[in-house]
Ligand binder design. Structure first.
Ligand code: DAT
Ligand code: MG
Length: 134
């Protein structure tokens, strides 16, 4: 067990729907610590860096259009096993399958518009924190 840092982002749908406070609150109530926060708009170049493992996937054009469609809130969170704990708080990628009680399970309906991003492992956490907070 160890303290970890992870990269979390409220996506354009979450910002547009006024869910930034709700998302932050859920991570705070879990016991995690907000280390840094920054609002920005993602351009195509940044989207391709952040989502480099998905650039060749069939859904990437839709993901690119969505993630560049409005402001996002980028955050660094820390805590005990923060990477996997945050993934649990977020819920499954597809909100239709995400368990009630999770952010995506409670608040989302469409896989592209799934409200929140969270790093999926230590390497991606370090890489993504470097991109947004380097
Ligand atoms: P996660 O965000 O849970 O880490 P991922 O890294 O596999 O999921 O995918 C990144 C984002 O791409 C995801 O949040 C929503 C979108 N996405 C994933 N799979 C998709 C699919 N089959 N169709 C449409 N969008 C998809
Ligand atoms: Mg992912």
């Amino acid at each position: 067990m160890a303290t970890e840092r992870t990269f979390i982002m409220v996506k354009p749908d979450g910002v547009a729907r006024g869910l930034v406070g709700e998302v932050i609150s859920r991570f705070e109530r879990k016991g995690l610590t907000l280390e840094n926060v920054r609002m920005l708009e993602i351009d195509e170049e940044l989207a391709r860096r952040h989502y480099e493992e998905h650039v060749e996937k069939p859904f990437f054009p839709e993901l690119l259009e969505f993630i560049t469609s409005g402001p996002v809130v980028a955050m660094a969170w820390s805590g005990e096993s923060a990477i996997s704990v945050c993934r649990g708080v977020m819920g499954a990628t597809d909100p239709k399958q995400a368990t009630p009680g999770t952010i995506r399970g409670d608040l989302g309906l469409m896989v592209t518009h799934n409200i929140v991003h969270g790093s999926d492992g230590p390497e991606s956490a370090a890489r993504e924190l470097g991109i947004f907070f380097g």
